[in-house]
Write a protein that binds this ligand. Structure first.
Ligand SMILES: [Zn+2]
Length: 377
């Protein structure tokens, strides 16, 4: 699964490691054992630093896992599904289903992570005071990093946890998730720009620390997209397939030879995927590309031979939401889905139609929010 290694399950949640995790794990262990620990505890043998570095790295990733688990368990307690936790890079992502979020639930889920990190920071600090020299140094490091993690995540800029908290508060106050996301994402952009400025200033002072610049750019792009994503997914959640499906579409007969397929004549349907009929029954869909390929190879082959059977396609019903239709299309890499009602094809829904719906919605919502902001100022 896209560069992820599945390592197990906790509380029914899949735990994955992204391949960047391995890279960062070894880089961090190496940096700690060649720089940080020799500075703290000079004059020890190299293997001691190696063990301390590896131990500190492992415990740091355990801390990040606990941060994500904390989000996830609060979500589960609020009856929100969590499918997986993926650890990568210097952080993690819990796949939380946000469909049933309310402002209160989002607030609880968002704050749970930083609270865990701050708690771990305090715990490791206390432990470091009661431990021997070696373990004390490891715990001291973990206390420091967990406090930074907790503090950093509390910055009120979306997509950071603090930004989610801010969004939840504004959402509750205004009753408008789009506007709340807009403001929280503006906070995220400001923080991202601040990080980039620190990084650039560092260069002038002879400290080349690209980390700030990269992190800033990364946060900026997520903050910028998150607002549109929220608006668009909300619109799609509210729209039903029946409002956007087309009842005028072209279907192909399963028994037709592929040589009979003439795309030029079908241009007006603007379709690249065709429902395939056997009599009046829909038995699957055929892709234009596949038909053309078969036609070039052997024109006598039947449409049936290039048909993807209906039981292999996840189709939608008119009452399904557009977001479900869109997700199914992306998952199945198909640009059109048959809409099935009572075992019959009621119409088709196209990715192009939904794409248009998104961009119109995003532009509209953007304009509305800019207008709202002007009135406020
Ligand atoms: Zn978090």
């Amino acid at each position: 699964m896209n560069g992820n290694v599945h390592i197990g399950k906790l509380f029914g949640i899949k735990i994955n490691l992204h391949y960047t995790w391995f890279l960062v794990f070894f880089l961090l262990a190496w940096a700690l054992s060649s720089g940080y620990f020799p500075e703290r505890l000079p004059g020890k043998e190299a293997y001691v630093y190696g063990i301390l570095g590896a131990l500190a790295s492992l415990l740091l990733f355990a801390s990040v896992l606990l941060h994500e688990l904390s989000h996830s368990l609060v979500a589960l307690k609020n009856k929100i599904k969590v499918s997986s936790i993926t650890l990568f890079f210097f952080g993690g992502v819990a796949q939380v289903n946000e469909d049933n979020f309310t402002p209160n639930k989002e607030l609880k889920v968002a704050i749970a992570g930083p609270i865990m990190s701050l708690f771990l920071g305090g715990l490791f600090f206390a432990l470091s005071k009661f431990s021997g020299v070696y373990i004390g140094a490891v715990f001291g490091y973990l206390a420091f990093v967990n406090l930074i993690l907790g503090g950093f995540n509390l910055v009120p800029g979306f997509p950071l946890d603090g930004g989610r908290v801010l969004r939840a508060i504004l959402w509750k106050k205004w009753g408008d998730i789009n506007r709340a996301t807009y403001v929280a994402a503006e906070g995220g952009k400001m923080f991202a720009i601040f990080l980039i400025i620190i990084g650039v200033l560092g260069i002038f002072f002879g400290r080349i620390d690209l980390w700030y610049i990269l992190l800033g750019l990364f946060l900026y792009s997520i903050a910028k997209n998150s607002y549109k994503q929220t608006v668009v997914s909300n619109i799609l959640k509210e729209s039903k397939v029946k409002e956007y499906m087309q009842t005028k579409y072209k279907a192909l007969d399963a028994s037709m030879p592929v040589s009979g397929f003439d795309f030029k004549k079908l241009m007006s349907y603007d379709q690249w995927v065709y429902p395939v009929l056997s009599g009046k029954k829909v038995i699957g869909v055929a892709l234009q590309q596949q038909i053309e390929k078969a036609k070039a190879a052997d024109g006598t082959r039947k449409i049936l031979e290039v048909t993807i059977p209906i039981h292999k396609i996840k189709s939608v019903s008119p009452e399904d939401t557009c977001i479900k239709a869109y997700e199914l299309m992306i998952m199945q890499r198909i640009e059109l889905l048959p809409v099935i009602a009572n075992g019959k094809v009621a119409g088709v829904i196209k990715a192009a139609t939904l794409n248009e719906l998104f961009s119109m919605a995003a532009v509209k919502a953007d304009a509305e929010n800019k207008a709202k902001r002007k009135i406020k100022q």
